[in-house]
Design a binder for this molecule. Structure first.
Ligand code: PNS
Length: 161
């Protein structure tokens, strides 16, 4: 039987428990999940691509069906090069919907070989994003419970606490 492969793309700046929730749930549906860190994002990231990849590798180390990679250029081209049948995205709230719908439709316009599959974020993480983590952290708020301890340490190291 054909192996079911999904690409889970994003900035992951840094990875949060919300991302991990989506990865773990995607692993119940797909045989392999490739967590793909975008190299050509227009946002100015806090962590370099290599730092983000290393953080993700450290937190998913127990899974033999999830791997981390980076990609440049069009997501659908990357997904096709991985022989992935699907792109997985997490949906947190209605506010995510418009952008995600647009992205899914553009991607489907480029290639009908790759479907976008949305997983609704668990209620517990519905407010959570990498940006929120960085903001709370920068204001000295608590982020334990939002990111794995390794990510908290990486933030501490970045800001030399
Ligand atoms: O975590 P993010 O920042 O919401 O991820 C956005 C990402 C990386 C998935 C998106 O920007 C993307 O797919 N970039 C690759 C370029 C591309 O294929 N663009 C066309 C679809 S919008």
């Amino acid at each position: 039987m054909t192996k079911k492969i999904a690409v889970y793309p994003g900035s992951f700046d840094p990875i949060t428990f919300g991302h991990l929730d989506i990865i773990n749930r995607a692993l119940k549906i797909f045989d392999e999940v490739i967590i793909a860190v975008a190299r050509n994002e227009r946002k100015s990231p806090l962590f370099s691509v290599d730092e983000r990849v290393e953080l993700i590798k450290s937190v998913i180390k127990d899974s033999d069906r999830a791997r981390v990679d980076t990609f440049d250029g069009l997501l659908v081209d990357y997904a096709r090069s991985c022989r992935a049948q699907a792109i997985v995205r997490g949906l947190r709230a209605i506010s995510d919907f418009e952008y995600e719908l647009q992205m899914a439709q553009i991607n489907r316009g480029i290639s009908r070989e790759v479907e976008t599959v949305f997983l609704m974020t668990s209620v517990f993480y519905s407010f959570l994003s990498s940006s929120i983590v960085k903001e709370v952290y920068s204001l000295q708020g608590p982020i334990d419970g939002l990111v794995p301890p390794l990510v908290k340490k990486a933030l501490d190291d970045k800001f030399k606490k």
